[in-house]
Design a protein around this ligand. Structure first.
Ligand code: 5AD
Ligand code: SF4
Length: 427
């Protein structure tokens, strides 16, 4: 999401003749696009600001700004750091040129106003990664779900769906510039809904239209909320070959009691029913998730339920975290952060160890199977090997042969670790 937002920022500033550099020491302006989801994400930014003091010593003209969720959350507090002369929240990027002029005059420029309408319509993002074969397109902004632990609805504001015409033209632009895989982005893509007098478009409609633009280009999407993943969506994935058979479906916890405290609006049975439906319609679908442990009042029984759900689903991969209390959320006000740090650490270790086993099991089951892999680059270990991903989003390393990054390659898997498959070329 932040990569996509940084591309909007690069486009806005590009109009003002700013150019992007990959060499930090060359920059006159450093904008740090931030995440507030957990405390450690914010700690990294404070460290980054410390490190930039050195750059400022070498280049006294250097301007530093903080943008994104942390800017939204902390506003003026960030500008107390002498290095920071600009603070812009996620809905303020159109105003950046004016803000930079203001910062030039000496006062820090701060804008953290959230908007109910801003979708950056009419701004064609400037792609930051040259030679990339995958690109991101935002389809919605913000979130209305108010999971009790989560800061996102406060930092990114209310949910807004983007005009489908803008989405389609951004996807087309990526296709025209040689991208082979496009990921549609939103905090909750399944609640995408664009309604005018002429049109009434939901996420499966949009996904299908996008996938028809060029059937040789793969389409992915993230993130899906389990409460909103409809039969229509599952069927749309099943029916369209270039929509990847992979669903990232954050479960958060396997305990219905915890899910209620989290305000997730589904329970374990609902989640398991959705998984069954996915298996039924898309037998080879990759399923990945987000899980976090140690939320308010989580007991050993709740934790065991998370482990048992993980086994029952057999996730291919998971992002796993410890609960981090975020100031301003419902949980920070009403649901005490009362699981001791050692317990959180122990539970997270158990979750990670189990996922390791599940990933190995899932990968071993792929040995002997053939996959179409989009080659993304040269393997770190050998320049005679390429790496890429299959539809299920698993990384596969294979011999280079006559192929180049950007090619689709047929690969047969013969070995694996928990993180990677190894394959040979299928002639
Ligand atoms: N603490 C820990 N993890 C969190 N997530 C969201 N908020 C928190 C929090 N306060 C996790 C959820 C979400 C992912 C993006 O981050 O698992 O799906
Ligand atoms: Fe946060 Fe819940 Fe919205 Fe995801 S759905 S961004 S976890 S509030």
């Amino acid at each position: 999401m932040n990569v996509a937002d940084s591309e909007v920022v690069a486009s806005v500033l590009g109009e003002e003749h700013y150019e992007v550099t990959n060499d930090e020491s060359e920059a006159d302006l450093v904008l740090i696009n931030t995440c507030s989801i957990r405390d450690n994400a914010e700690k990294r930014i404070w460290n980054r600001l410390d490190a930039l003091k050195h750059n400022k010593k070498i280049n006294p003209e250097l301007k530093v700004g903080v943008i994104g969720c942390m800017a939204e959350r902390l506003g003026g507090k960030l500008a107390e750091n002498k290095l920071v002369s600009l603070v812009a929240g996620p809905d303020s990027y159109r105003k950046l040129p004016g803000m930079l002029t203001m910062a030039d005059k000496g006062d820090p420029a701060i804008d953290t106003e959230l908007s109910k309408e801003e979708t950056y319509a009419g701004i064609l993002p400037k792609r930051l990664e040259e030679n990339a074969f995958g690109g991101f397109v935002s389809i919605s902004r913000g979130c209305n779900n108010f999971c009790t632990y989560c800061i996102v609805p406060y930092t990114r504001g209310r949910e807004r769906s983007r005009n489908p015409e803008d989405v389609m033209s951004e996807v087309q632009e990526l296709i025209n510039t040689g991208h082979k895989e496009i990921t549609l982005l939103g905090q909750n893509v399944n609640s995408y809904h664009y309604k005018t007098d002429e049109a009434d478009i939901d996420f499966p409609d949009l996904l299908k239209s996008v996938s028809k633009l060029d059937t040789t280009v793969r389409i992915r999407f993230t993130t899906s909320h389990p409460k909103d993943i409809s039969d229509k969506l599952i069927e749309t994935i099943a029916e369209n070959d270039n929509i990847c058979n992979h669903i990232h479906l954050p479960v958060q916890s396997g305990s219905s009691r915890m899910l209620k405290l989290m305000n997730r609006k589904y329970d374990r049975d609902w989640y398991m029913e959705r998984i069954q439906k996915i298996h039924e319609f898309i037998p080879n679908c990759g399923i990945t998730t987000d899980i976090f442990c140690g939320f308010h009042d989580e007991t050993e029984v709740d934790h065991q339920q998370t482990l048992s759900l993980m086994k029952e689903v057999g996730f291919d991969w998971a992002f796993m975290f410890k609960y981090s209390e975020r100031e301003g959320t419902y949980a920070a006000k009403h649901l005490k952060d009362n699981v001791p740090e050692e317990t959180k650490t122990k539970r997270l270790q158990e979750i990670i160890a189990l996922q390791q086993e599940l990933s190995i099991k899932s990968n071993k089951a792929d040995i002997g199977k053939k996959f179409a892999v989009l080659a993304e680059g040269v393997s770190k270990k050998s320049d005679q090997e390429l790496f890429g991903r299959n539809e299920q989003n698993k990384v596969i390393v294979f011999p280079k042969g006559n192929y180049n990054p950007g090619d689709y390659v047929q690969v047969k898997v013969f070995d694996c670790s928990s993180a990677t498959l190894k394959g040979s070329l299928v002639e």
